[in-house]
Write a protein that binds this ligand. Sequence first.
Ligand code: ATP
Length: 232
Amino acid sequence: MTLLEVAGLDVFHADLQAVFGLDFTVAEREAVALVGANGAGKTTFLRALVGLIDSKRGSVRFDGGDIVDMPAERIARLGLGMVPEGRMLFDTLTIEENLLMGRVSQRPGAWTLKRVYDLFPALQERRNHMPRQLSGGQQQMVAIGRALMCNPRLLLCDEISLGLAPVMVEQIYGAFADIRSEGTALVLVEQDVKRAASASDRIYCLLKGRVSLSARAGEVGLAELTHAYFGM
Ligand code: ATP
């Protein structure tokens, strides 16, 4: 069943249009990669989906209901969550307090503090530390854990591997199998196309705010992808 269905979405930053007529779907329990060069519109698209950008038009349906004009808190309560680019942790709160902030939507489900600590044991050991005392990869785990505490049905992950050591990227991508096994669908925004595609069922590429490619992840060739990514 289709969980997210976007049709003809335009998104604007004041006078600048960043996303043009986007069509995009995610099925229940599916993982979808969204790739594209710097400035292609990936972050703008994700932020518009979760209600953090108002200036948009088109259709966004989540679980059958129209959410295009809904405020961000209501969208989160429906189970559409995001791990934002740059993590956006609360610097003055401990790791555990950061995780507990994710409970604000009060959605019931499998993801509890204990379940997040099972997924990322390094966080339990550092539960009373402050975010700045953690490595970049561990901070990313906190951001993912906080989003999971909302028990999302669909989790949008914005460039979670950016700037992390390869071993950390491995660990985080390893956790996605567990996350999916709880029934959570994923959208993985990445500049690392190979990494995102290998963890996904389908792939979309954005070029200058438009979908330049949509394919099953295993069926797209390098030349086709390079053309879609760079437009050359
Ligand atoms: P990156 O990989 O660099 O994060 P991206 O694919 O996520 O890129 P966006 O950040 O969505 O792309 O940017 C899309 C376009 O919108 C770019 O032209 C960018 O300059 C512009 N843009 C993004 N955020 C804003 C903003 N807050 N105000 C004005 N323009 C913006």
